[in-house]
Write a protein that binds this ligand. Structure first.
Ligand code: ZN
Ligand code: ZN
Length: 338
């Protein structure tokens, strides 16, 4: 579907601050005229008939021919509908400001990478995640040794310990998009789920998005692994409080002496906001940037011009014959990986 402005016919985009659709052309708010998917072929734009190229999982994207933002009501219907979305709280301009601020200390920065005239190439993408609610029955059975030294005397006690916990684990997230690199999402997490909104299709007008790439069972093992880590950490902290002088208690021993029974209570699909921006330098180097649309966490490396780097090094060699100055300058110049 496309949300057209009732006044001028332009495509409206969703503004989470105004909590409504707004028209970028005439500033009208709300009252959209909705054009729905073509039921014979939902991969064509309902406005101009151009091919959308949604691919296997795409659920929202901009039409390359008429610039309308198309939200696929076919793809987002039925079982594939996400239950919630975390709205972005930052703008594209703020994304560039954040990246410039982060990398501005590098002398060899390629300034045009973050120039304002490239703003239209910044994309806000809503990434599908499965979130799992688990009930975990954890049983610990191990031997804990406590050692207390008073003056010259050390007293060691050994306890045979069995403990059981019934743990509720809520909203354990797993990235359900294969397009978004796992390493990127690991760096950008966590997201604050308390800010989530019940999903409505109009929220995606102005963005790109995907439906979940597989059913929740496909990602369950990864979710269980995360939940187990939380459970072991919880038990380690509890046992450390009960046995503060333990000499053989560690996260590893707790893990080895514990059995877990993890049951899925429910699963939901959430959409999480990530800004994506890619710049191809004239020598062919590609710089990819990702920014968590909620927490502003950044993934990407400083865009360094090799020509500028060598010019700066040569200038440094000339100005300071001392090796120490050269080394510290090089370190400052090339330390761009984040
Ligand atoms: Zn308008
Ligand atoms: Zn179109």
């Amino acid at each position: 579907m496309v949300f057209k402005c009732g006044s001028c016919g332009s495509c409206m985009i969703y503004d989470f601050e105004k909590d409504d659709l707004v028209c970028p052309n005439c500033d009208s708010v709300g009252n959209p005229q909705i054009e729905y998917d073509n039921k014979d072929d939902f991969d064509i734009c309902p406005i101009c008939g151009g091919q959308l190229n949604l691919g296997q999982y795409g659920s929202a994207r901009k039409c390359n021919y008429c610039d309308s933002y198309v939200v696929s009501d076919t793809r987002l219907g039925g079982d594939l509908k996400p239950s919630a979305i975390i709205p972005t709280t930052i703008t594209k301009k703020e994304v560039f400001d954040l990246l410039t601020e982060k990398f501005s200390r590098y002398i060899c920065l390629i300034p045009e990478v973050f120039s304002v005239n490239r703003l239209k190439e910044v994309i806000i993408e809503y990434v599908p995640y499965w979130v799992y609610n688990f009930n975990i029955k954890a049983a610990y059975a191990g031997v804990i040794k406590e050692s207390v030294t008073t003056g010259n005397t050390t007293v060691t006690d050994t306890y045979s310990v069995t403990e059981a916990w019934d743990l509720g684990m809520e909203e354990i997230p797993v990235d359900a998009s294969e397009k978004m690199p796992d390493m990127v999402m690991d760096e950008l997490e966590p997201f604050n789920f308390s800010k989530k909104l019940e999903f409505k299709p109009e929220y995606l007008s102005g963005s790109e998005s995907e439906i979940t790439n597989h059913e929740s069972d496909h990602y369950k093992e990864e979710a269980c692994y995360k939940a187990a880590d939380f459970a072991y950490e919880h038990m380690y902290r509890e046992l450390s409080l009960t046995y503060p002088h333990a000499v053989n208690l560690s996260r590893n021993t707790v893990k080895n002496d514990t059995s877990l029974d993890i049951r899925t209570v429910s699963t939901d699909c959430y959409l999480l906001p990530v800004y994506r921006y890619s710049y191809t330098f004239k020598n062919g180097n590609i710089y990819d940037y990702y920014v968590n649309g909620q927490t502003k966490e950044i993934y990407g490396a400083a865009p360094i011009s090799e020509k500028r780097l060598w010019t700066a090094i040569a200038a440094t060699v000339t100005a300071f014959a001392g090796a120490a100055a050269l080394i510290s300058t090089i370190l400052m110049l090339i330390g761009g990986a984040v």
